[in-house]
Design a protein around this ligand. Structure first.
Ligand SMILES: CC(C)(COP(=O)(O)OP(=O)(O)OC[C@H]1O[C@@H](n2cnc3c(N)ncnc32)[C@H](O)[C@@H]1OP(=O)(O)O)[C@@H](O)C(=O)NCCC(=O)NCCS
Length: 143
């Protein structure tokens, strides 16, 4: 997704408002999970999210999402948010976040998601690491 930061997206300091960046993060991750699973999804969890660098009014925001791993009805999606200067094209990383989405059908019941087909070592590494993070999330949920 690509977005231009307008004044209505900004805080009192003229930087993109954190809640707005979170909404874009959730939206882009949600579209990614819907594309993969072929239907509606809901956000089940957002892992720790940090804002590394600000984005100013007038800058471009580039949001990239990818499915790291699929489970039974849920998926881990990684979202990267970049600021981009419209004059120089220079990019800087603003946010890295991981979200869990659950696929639901028209009745709101959970539905299974198609498995990922890893194509290289990096894909396999991402799947394995996502599996570890899922175990931690579910353990936290139980506590
Ligand atoms: C997310 C939700 C569907 C989970 O429903 P539930 O009845 O708790 O279902 P389950 O415990 O069977 O979990 C379903 C899946 O979600 C995963 N999940 C649920 N909560 C999770 C969490 N906090 N972190 C990671 N995964 C989670 C489960 O591991 C399971 O995955 P799997 O099928 O791949 O093994 C339900 O809590 C919900 O509807 N929450 C509100 C969602 C919402 O309104 N989001 C914001 C607007 S989109």
């Amino acid at each position: 997704m690509t977005q231009l930061v307008f004044p209505e997206h900004a805080n009192a300091l003229g930087k993109a408002f954190g809640g707005q960046v979170m909404a874009w993060t959730d939206l882009c991750g949600g579209i990614c999970s819907m594309r993969h699973s072929g239907g509606a999804t809901v956000t089940a969890a957002i892992d720790e999210l940090t804002f590394d660098h600000p984005i100013n009014i007038g800058d471009t925001v580039v949001i990239e999402a990818r499915v790291n791993a699929t489970f039974r009805t849920s998926m881990e999606v990684e979202v990267l948010v970049w600021g981009e200067s419209p004059t120089t094209g220079q990019r800087w990383r603003c946010v890295e976040a991981r979200l869990t989405f659950v696929a639901i059908d028209a009745q709101g019941n959970r539905r299974s998601v198609p498995p990922l087909r890893p194509e290289n070592d990096d894909d396999v590494r991402r799947m394995n690491e996502a599996g570890d993070r899922r175990a931690e999330r579910l353990a936290r949920r139980k506590r």
